[in-house]
Ligand binder design. Structure first.
Ligand SMILES: Nc1nc2c(ncn2[C@@H]2O[C@H](COP(=O)(O)OP(=O)(O)OP(=O)(O)O)[C@@H](O)[C@H]2O)c(=O)[nH]1
Ligand SMILES: [Mg+2]
Length: 237
């Protein structure tokens, strides 16, 4: 397998089918998609099974309960490593990330170990977000840049890892669940000496379904960014 696209879902019934069909249009013959569903109350998991029967490039990982994006991705990363994928991608299922950008992320991994789809490099941007969401996202980027690393869009969740990165990272040590999961994985990759490259993407607000953003997710990032810095000073990261 060349690339495994990990697609976490929680109540994405309206988005899942159009997303899988759109991915089918852009993926190559050696690429697969893994839907990681946390027992969505709206039946996304059953829909995923039906679509997996029809679409040969789709697999489904059912998890028993909602434990946040971080846990879901870690489960997907392990599947990617076990099944021999060269590249493992992260992507939202709400069309904030444009499936047409997937081939660009994959191409960029030819000369990088971790590719980030970035809203805050030249050519990137955000569509349809109100002032509050823009401020939170920009604030998180500035905060992370001051305390941790010179990455312009550290909280983005459209990423492509070379398998060597996931093999090297201590996945069991990663406990972050929300935006912090994105910051932490990129930070650990940089600390391990891997080449991180940002390529521009345009991020669009979801049109259907509800956001899972919460205060807890923001709070986790506020305290864990300095905690990660301290852990690094102590040589634990
Ligand atoms: N499996 C799983 N998927 C999740 C969980 N939380 C969110 N997701 C999925 O992760 C992706 C991103 O979640 P969103 O709700 O869009 O969160 P967000 O992108 O941070 O917030 P918005 O920008 O407001 O949409 C979507 O595909 C969600 O369905 C979770 O606990 N488990
Ligand atoms: Mg979203």
């Amino acid at each position: 397998m060349r690339a495994l696209v990990c697609l976490p879902t929680y109540d994405e019934r309206e988005n899942l089918e159009p997303m899988l069909r759109a991915l089918g249009e852009v993926l190559g013959p050696d690429d697969r998609v893994l839907v990681i569903d946390d027992d969505s109350p709206d039946g996304t998991g059953e829909l995923a099974d039906r679509l997996a029967d029809e679409l040969p490039f789709v697999d489904v990982l059912h998890r028993e309960r909602k434990e946040g994006l971080g846990r879901a991705y870690l489960a997907g990363f392990r599947v990617g490593l076990d099944s021999g994928a060269e590249l493992v991608l992260e992507m939202d299922c709400d069309f904030s990330h444009d499936p047409k950008d997937v081939p660009r992320l994959i191409e960029a991994a030819a000369d990088a170990d971790l590719v980030l789809g970035s809203r805050y490099v030249h050519g990137g941007g955000v569509r349809d977000w109100g002032l509050v969401r823009r401020l939170i996202s920009r604030g998180a980027s500035i905060y992370t840049r001051l305390l941790l690393m010179p990455v312009r869009d550290p909280t983005g969740g459209f990423k492509c890892f070379r398998r060597e990165v996931l093999e090297r990272l201590d996945l069991d040590a990663i406990t972050s669940r929300g935006y912090m999961f994105q910051i932490e994985t990129t930070y650990r990759a940089r600390r391990a000496g891997f080449r991180v490259r940002e390529i521009p993407i345009t991020f669009a607000d979801r049109e259907v379904g509800g956001s899972k953003m919460s205060r807890g997710i923001v709070a986790e990032a506020i305290w864990k960014v300095p905690a990660l810095r301290l852990a690094a000073w102590r040589g634990r990261v």
